[in-house]
Design a protein around this ligand. Structure first.
Ligand code: C5P
Length: 241
């Protein structure tokens, strides 16, 4: 079984409001992207990792991330595209023949655990398509363009999709091909697979597996790193019993 992880990290990070793009900001002593990639080094089931970055970050990523942290599983640095979906597509196009499973994980989610990575691969061998997710904690409203509530959604059926999102190789290739042919745009890869009518299985994630998007997330991430005990408990999978 050959499992390749694609790590999109080519975003500009406008919501963070910093000059350095998000994956290259430091938390603790290391850049967010290095922290994320180290979790993949610890996985026993991922064979190779392709990091996807913007063209201006290519040299910096090779020297200051891959070489500096001795990331042996990173076998390719791929140049990203305009949107996340384009970046993932470039990663898929770069995969060498003979791949069975593709895992896609945001470069700005450093608190994924090697256990969750390996569980996602094992579950994908059985179900073909899996997404790590957590139940929403708040009540969600659908709102009109004018800021008026149209509908209150049933919270018991709502989950927040995170990454890793993991797929049988042929399925994710077909999903992106279909998206190109039918001009579909999605903010995650699961939505493109769902568009093929394929059932995607949820894997219980953790509330600690945050996507570092805004300045508050950066504060939370730094606090997690300073308090290892709390970080470990925040990153335990939730119990959906
Ligand atoms: O934009 P979003 O928050 O969905 O970004 C999720 C991940 O996708 C980030 O790691 C970001 O760097 C990456 N991304 C990318 N190429 C883009 C936009 C986002 O690789 N064009």
């Amino acid at each position: 079984m050959r499992a390749v992880a694609l790590i999109p990290a080519a975003g500009m990070g406008k919501r963070m409001g910093t000059l350095i793009s998000k994956p290259f900001l430091s938390i603790g002593n290391r850049p967010i992207l290095a922290e994320t990639l180290l979790r993949f080094e610890e996985s026993s089931l991922i064979s190779e990792v392709y990091v996807i970055v913007s063209s201006k970050e290519e040299g910096h990523s090779r020297e200051d991330i891959v070489n500096k942290y001795n990331l042996k599983k990173v076998t390719k640095i791929v140049i990203g595209g305009v949107e996340r979906q384009d970046s993932v597509k470039n990663g898929l196009d770069a995969i060498e023949p003979g791949c069975d499973i593709v895992m896609i994980h945001d470069g700005i989610r450093p608190f994924v655990t090697p256990q969750l990575i390996d569980e996602s691969i094992i579950e994908t061998q059985k179900h073909d398509a899996t997404v790590v997710a957590v139940p929403v904690k708040e009540t969600v409203k659908r709102v009109s363009y004018y800021g008026e509530i149209l509908e209150t959604l049933d919270r018991n059926r709502l989950w927040l999709a995170q990454t890793p999102q993991t797929f049988n190789y042929n399925i994710i290739i077909s999903a992106h091909k279909n998206a190109v042919e039918n001009n579909l745009r999605g903010t995650d890869d699961s939505s493109l697979v769902e568009a093929l009518g394929i059932k995607v299985k949820i894997i219980a994630g953790s509330y600690g597996n945050i996507k570092i998007t805004t300045p508050e997330d950066l504060i939370l991430a730094k606090a997690f790193l300073e308090d290892n005990e709390h970080m470990v408990s925040a990153c335990e999978p939730i119990n959906i019993g």
